[in-house]
Design a protein around this ligand. Sequence first.
Ligand code: KG4
Ligand code: ZN
Length: 338
Amino acid sequence: MSVFYTLGIETSCDDTAVSVLRGEREVAAELLSSQIRDHARFGGVIPEFAARRHLESLLPLIDAALREAGIEGKDLNLIAVTRGPGLMGSLMVGVLAARALSRAWEVPVLGVNHLEGHMFAPLLEADELAPPFLSLIVSGGHTEIIRVDAFGRYALLGGTRDDAAGEAFDKAAKLMGLPYPGGPEIDRLAATGNPKAFDFPVPLKRTDRVEFSFSGLKTALLWQVKKMREANPPTDILHIVDLCASFQHAVVEALIAKLAMAVRQTGIENVTASGGVAANSALRRALREDRRWRAWLPQPSRCTDNAVMIAMAGYNAWQRGARSPEDLTPDPSLEFAV
Ligand code: KG4
Ligand code: ZN
């Protein structure tokens, strides 16, 4: 049987990412052009700016990825592209490029849900892992626990009532005066801090539902920082590592508590985590050390947005018969599991 090549394209937010997947899980090429430094000076992602940068970066990246994989466009068997959720302008660049290349090379195109992409990331290095398993997706826009009954059959066990975990990290960093994106920055500073220095509330710890809420925690941090900033002399900067460690500790506790609840309720003991926040070192440690489940985590660079996960999800969906129309359109609010 000849080898199946999938081109993965991911442009849902601020990273332009391209990959070539050989068969089910061999990475033949993986390239990423991050806009983080461009957006950091604005303290967040500027949608129009992001779309323009995708437009500049995407085709050269695809060229380079094909060269790295040692193939030509016509050798591809599938083009998998993120269709949503994400920023409309950014998604549009990826989807329209995929459609144009699909015509030029006569290769089918398949739209992929960004969240299904994240869900697939841990499978790259876990060939013994098969459904059923629980998938914790923690990113800048989503915090969800999904029961994967089979590939293509997903049930949402719970999500967030307000902010996503990554959003909480980013907002917390901002109010402590730290740069964007806040997650990696808090992670780094927390490493030398005391997670018990401040007793931040662990959100919804005692409710018996799988659900998250991070806005109260953010407010608790805000009050603490305000109090320390108004002291004479101000003490917030002095204790920044402890603030970061304590905040991070509360987020991790909330995620672990609800994951434990989902494991208890479903009896499923294989757990994956992905999305940007799954790169967090404290969360990774807590997930790995917990004896109530076996945790499967992608390497940190594949927790955040990447195109290998999109190619994997696309390949899997294609093999189980999923197809997209030639005039595939982006959907910024595409649903995943319900
Ligand atoms: O999955 P992702 O790259 O993009 C979305 O689909 O949203 O996730 C980005 C989010 C950001 O909020 C960022 O602050 C957070 O993931 N993040 C982290 C870490 N690395 C990225 N949060 C905590 N600790 C980290 N090490
Ligand atoms: Zn993402």
